[in-house]
Design a protein around this ligand. Structure first.
Ligand code: NAD
Length: 551
């Protein structure tokens, strides 16, 4: 009988599969469930509420077994975390194709999803959980850092020094917030109901200190703010209680956002419920729990709007909390914007997004070598230099050493090609898995997040992520996935991912150049199609062909 047990990816150059492409998928699946990486590995949950890497332990074992014997011209098919077939394909085809959590439109809601999940027919794949390219909290750190840098540029003369940010959620993704704020020299108060989440972020050096009470948190925050010193403070409590209280007491907050798991009402603790009773209550009465969670989210969002009215910079951080508050009847839920239209869209127009790579050797020195090589490759990219330097000093690796940085059209292919050469000529100890988040420029349709307020109103058009997945399959990615509901929950997003393995061979080089040109290219064409001028200039400059602009 297979059941929960500690999982850790093998390190080094000894293969347990028939080639590095398969070995990479095997190690990255296992790495997602490494206790250092996953939030709740015993339940196969990697991050983001209930985002899982495999449907159940039997499916996990079957995937491991299959990947170990999969040939170079075979492809394993994964349906919501369970391997359902192996087909003969060809060497250029992906070794794994993954479809997670997809439901037909009218059925695409949490209630139906949970019914099917309880029958053992599906699982929630989030974004990089079910597509095996989660790299721990660092994965979101640079995006969060850049977002707060954009807030600083927009509102606070380019620095968060002397400001206080208030947020909640110190989970797998939300845990990046305190470090991203202090990297921008600001002060952050970060609320979470789970004491372990606070301890874990302190242990991993993402969070500086824990406050004993709200008063203590405010005292520490104001002192640090007045000295213009960066400081992040963890505060235990329920955001739906604490935010309204802080607003009523006139707490001096400059920036407000949130990264609780609001996309899934069963992962947001309602007020008046003890954290220790959360799981049993959610399991016993999901409908009642959902109603109470949404009511609490309405209070939480109402307080965020109150802070906005009082002059703070307030934004939704991609967790659907506005949509949930609206469902509970709060009519000003969408008074503040999502972070993509507010700060990130111009980057998407350039094909930029969260490019990442993991060292399959398990050696930190491989990542340090790629860091240095990347800086030499892009000597003029100042923000890249700033980020890589800070990441090198402050990021704690979780599981296989990995790095993330935002690169755009014309950059990712160069980096990928160079990495493949570094594997081929023995500079690196073993191959790299090169992938990205699904939160990317051309890989997602998500009207409350990545595609909120598109210029042409095309927010809910989901053809783009499907084309993105197809083009990555056609270009030679090592594994490709199509998911539903990641980030913002059931019925609210469709998105695709790809991972390409740099194993140092000529064939891998050919594939990587195509995938890493075409994948960000989807972001450029998506934004040209929606009418963004920046995307048009990038298309012209980088030679991205747009038939409707030719002839
Ligand atoms: P997670 O489940 O690992 O962590 C969520 C945290 O919220 C937990 O620590 C939980 O204890 C806490 N929490 C729940 N209810 C609370 C309440 N009422 N008050 C205070 N704390 C509460 O999730 P995660 O991976 O950190 O993701 C958080 C959210 O951010 C998700 O909705 C996810 O989809 C979204 N997300 C956003 C981005 C982005 O780029 N903006 C990226 C990934 C994920």
């Amino acid at each position: 009988m297979s059941g929960p047990r500690p999982v850790r990816a093998p390190r080094g150059t000894e293969l347990s599969a028939l080639g590095w492409q398969q070995e990479a998928a095997l190690r990255m699946l296992q790495n997602n469930l490494d206790p250092e990486v996953a939030e709740h590995p015993d339940q196969l949950v990697v991050y983001g509420g209930t985002g899982k890497a495999a449907r159940d332990w039997r499916s996990f074992d079957a995937m491991v077994r299959t990947l170990k014997t999969l040939k170079q011209d075979e492809t394993m098919l994964v349906q919501s975390g369970r391997p359902v077939g192996v087909m003969q394909t060809h060497e250029w085809a992906p070794r794994v194709l993954i479809a997670n959590s997809n439901l037909v439109g009218d059925w695409a809601n949490w209630e139906e999803f949970r019914r099917l999940e309880s029958l053992g027919l599906t699982m929630y794949g989030q974004m990089t959980a079910g597509s095996w390219i989660y790299i721990g909290t660092q994965g979101i750190l640079q995006g969060t850092y850049e977002t707060f840098a954009a807030v600083a540029a927009k509102k606070f003369d380019g620095t968060l020094a002397g400001t206080i940010t208030l947020t909640a959620g110190l989970g797998g993704m939300g845990g990046a917030q305190p470090l991203a704020v202090t990297m921008n020299d600001g002060v952050a108060i970060c609320i979470d109901v789970d004491p372990r989440a606070i301890e874990r972020r302190i242990e991993h050096r993402y969070l500086d200190v824990k406050a004993d009470s709200l008063e203590h948190a405010l005292q520490l925050a104001v002192e640090a703010r007045d000295q213009r010193k960066p400081l992040s403070i963890g505060l235990l409590g329920n955001a739906a209680d604490l935010l309204p209280r802080m607003l009523a007491e006139g707490a001096p907050i400059d920036i407000v956002t949130d990264q609780t798991s609001a996309h899934d009402p069963l992962a947001y603790l309602p007020t008046g419920v003890d954290f220790d009773d959360m799981a049993s209550y959610a399991a016993k009465d999901p409908a009642g729990f959902t109603t109470r969670a949404r009511e609490s989210m309405a209070r939480h969002v109402e307080a965020m709007v109150g802070f906005m009215d009082a002059g703070a910079e307030v934004f939704d951080y991609g967790n659907s909390i506005r949509g949930e508050a609206q469902l509970a009847g709060y009519d000003r839920a969408f008074a503040f914007p999502g972070f993509v239209p507010a700060y990130i869209r111009p980057l998407f127009c350039e094909g930029k997004g969260p490019f990442r790579w993991a060292a399959l050797s398990g050696e930190a020195s491989d990542i340090h070598k790629t860091d240095k090589a990347l800086l030499d490759l892009f000597p003029e990219n100042e923000s890249l230099h700033r980020w890589i330097k800070m990441a090198g000093e402050r990021v704690h690796f979780q599981g296989l050493p990995a790095r993330i940085c935002w690169l755009g059209q014309g950059e990712r292919d160069k980096a990928g090609d160079m990495f493949n050469d570094m594997v081929g000529n023995g500079t690196l100890a073993a191959p790299l898995a090169i992938g990205r988040d699904h939160l990317d420029c051309g890989s997602v349709a998500s009207p409350y997040r990545e595609t909120e307020a598109m210029l042409d109103g095309s927010d809910a058009i989901a053809d783009w992520p499907l084309l993105n997945a197809m083009v990555n399959v056609a270009s030679g990615a090592s594994w490709v996935s199509i998911h539903h509901g990641g980030g913002v929950g059931m019925g609210r997003s469709i998105h695709a991912g790809q991972v390409s393995v740099a194993d140092g061979t000529k064939l891998a080089g050919e594939k990587i150049r195509r995938v890493l040109t075409n994948d960000p290219g989807m972001g450029v064409i998506r934004h040209v199609d929606a009418g963004y001028d920046i995307a048009e200039s990038v298309a012209d400059e980088k030679g991205v062909r747009i038939p409707m602009r030719e002839g």
